[in-house]
Design a binder for this molecule. Structure first.
Ligand code: IDP
Ligand code: MG
Length: 149
């Protein structure tokens, strides 16, 4: 079972797209195990985007992600990382497939609405960066056998 950390970034929150975005993961069949609405500070942003530290867009990225509240979530499922990334779409919204979140709502890479972990290892690491163990909920979904054989 994999976990992925999903963020509705500040542009998604400001544009009133939280419900739309949550609904897409929910309808896909991923299972929500944690959710909180937070203002990221610079220290959390630096840790979350540490792999991008040397990139020319790093400072803009930190400003963007800390510019307003984000909706942070952990979603669980078989191959949850790949499933979430295909629901999110390509990093550059103009190249993202129509039907994906970025392909339906985005125009620019610096306003691409959503974050999703890029590997199962990072799914666990990033979930632990945003959530304490007691903030994640273990629950049985009544529809489970209709989503997974
Ligand atoms: P991902 O979000 O699709 O995994 P990454 O390559 O991990 O994409 O980049 C992290 C975030 O950094 C992107 O979602 C985007 O917000 C931002 N970013 C990536 N490349 C650029 C760029 O060339 N210019 C501006 N922002 C960028
Ligand atoms: Mg990434």
């Amino acid at each position: 079972m994999e976990r992925t950390l999903i963020l509705v970034k500040p542009d998604g929150v400001q544009r009133g797209l939280m419900g739309e975005i949550v609904g897409r993961f929910e309808r896909r069949g991923l299972k929500l195990i944690g959710m909180k609405f937070i203002q990221m500070d610079e220290s959390l942003a630096n840790r979350h985007y540490a792999v991008h530290k040397e990139r020319p867009f790093f400072n803009d990225l930190v400003s963007y992600i800390t510019s307003g509240p984000v909706l942070a979530m952990v979603w669980e499922g078989n191959e949850a990382v790949a499933a979430a990334r295909s629901t999110i779409g390509a990093t550059k919204p103009v190249e993202a497939a129509p039907g994906s979140i970025r392909g339906d709502f985005g125009m620019e890479i610096g306003r691409n609405l959503v974050h999703g972990s890029d590997s199962p290892e990072n799914g666990v690491k990033e979930s632990n960066l945003f959530f304490k163990p007691e903030e994640l909920v273990s629950w049985s979904r009544a529809t489970e056998s209709w989503i997974c054989e």
